[in-house]
Design a protein around this ligand. Structure first.
Ligand code: TRP
Length: 387
């Protein structure tokens, strides 16, 4: 629990407070951002398009809020196609937390059978972080794309671009967008200082552009749905207001929670080694991180048998709930057994490690399968996306 609500609410694309993560924190952030909560009506409509069963992210409140999601469902139900857009700024390899928005995107593409564009802004972390060259971000970008594609996107309906390669197509729209956003808006929304470099200030226009590109490259307007982790919302908060000024529809957004750190408070983060499991970690390394994870168990086994553990405050249980265990009955049973003291933290960790091993082995197998084909997904220069 944090005692300083202002600090708890500190979430921008460039900084997430290391204490952030309780439901209260999300509730405050959603209100501060002016986002909307999903209601039963929207979930029912989505369920009706998903063979009656919603993805675990929706069943478990991991999608915390949205903007104009109803409009996407309206479009779809009227027989109009929308498209999906998300992205990844390379600065290192992907971890399990990064999987969340891409897995949501994969599910949405499968459910609605729609086009997806993935932006790989290889300039973003170059501008925002010290010590990375453009060659570094490019190299990580390739590795990131391999991991992203391993999650399983429709090869006929997925286009990926590096900003550096696709800048010629993006730039005219980015300029139009940037004309409508002031420095003081960006400064306040992103938490910038006067000493922030000017590339960073313009960058938000580059990130917003693909949400308009479906309309720019087509004769008719195309609605865009952007699945993202909630820290990315500020970019779209700035650019959604610009859309009508340029004659385009406002992009719709689905916001996801962060995968919690294995160490408790805060999100899984590449900069803190024992908080994350990487998609390229060895099985051994991954298991070792689970062994070190913070649990909601008691100090002694005897005490835990008697009082039970707290699965809500157990990072191993949380990882299973967020990502690894799809079956609700199975997860609920584990919850009961763990909360009642029937299973101990060591046993829960073993169960989690088995799931994690299956996940990683399967992921690595798929990555090997796709990694030589990534050129088929890449667009560059003056390539038009096949909408
Ligand atoms: N800024 C994102 C990151 O740091 C990358 C990104 C680009 C993105 N375009 C996006 C994320 C659209 C979500 C939606 O990884």
């Amino acid at each position: 629990m944090t005692d300083d609500p202002e600090e708890a609410a500190e979430v921008t694309p460039y900084e997430v407070s290391s204490k952030f993560g309780s439901q209260d924190d999300y509730d405050r952030l959603i209100d501060k951002f002016g986002a909307n909560r999903l209601n039963e009506d929207l979930l029912d409509r989505l369920r009706s398009h998903s063979d009656g069963e919603l993805h675990q992210f929706f069943r478990r409140d991991i999608i915390c809020s949205h903007r104009d999601f109803a409009q996407i469902l309206d479009k779809y139900e009227e027989g109009d196609e929308f498209y999906l857009y998300t992205g990844r700024a390379p600065s290192g390899d992907l971890h399990l937390g990064h999987v969340l928005p891409f897995e949501l995107t994969r599910y949405l593409q499968e459910t609605f059978d729609v086009k997806l564009v993935v932006q790989v802004p290889d300039e973003e972390k170059f501008l925002f972080k010290d010590g990375l060259t453009l060659d570094d971000t490019r190299r990580y970008g390739i590795r990131n794309i391999e991991d992203i594609l391993a999650l399983g996107f429709d090869p006929d309906k997925t286009d990926i671009f590096f900003n550096m390669d696709y800048a010629g197509e993006l730039y005219p729209t980015a300029v139009e967008i940037s004309r409508q956003i002031t420095f003081s808006q960006v400064k306040a929304t992103m938490g910038f200082e006067n000493s922030t470099n000017i590339g960073s200030i313009f960058y938000t226009a580059m990130q917003a552009t693909p949400a308009f590109l479906g309309s720019v490259q087509n004769d008719e307007n195309k609605h865009c749905l952007v699945p993202l982790a909630i820290d990315q919302d500020p970019h779209f908060r700035l650019s959604r207001d610009v859309a009508p000024k340029l004659g385009y529809p406002k992009p719709s957004i689905l916001h996801m929670k962060f995968l919690p750190s294995l160490q408790g408070r805060g999100k899984m983060s590449s900069s803190k080694k024992h908080t994350f499991v990487g998609l390229r970690d060895s099985i051994e390394e991954a298991k070792e991180k689970i062994d070190r994870a913070k649990t909601g168990g008691q100090v002694t086994a005897a005490e835990q048998r008697e009082k039970g553990a707290n699965p809500d405050d157990d990072m191993v249980f949380q990882l299973m709930a967020y990502l690894l265990v799809d079956d609700d009955d199975e997860l609920n049973e584990l919850y009961e057994q763990y909360a009642s003291g029937e299973i101990l933290s060591g046993e829960l960790k073993q169960i989690c490690k088995d799931y994690l091993e299956d996940f990683l082995v399967e992921h690595q197998r798929r990555r090997e399968e796709v990694k030589d084909n990534i050129d088929e997904y890449l667009v560059s220069n003056t390539d038009q996306i096949d909408w």
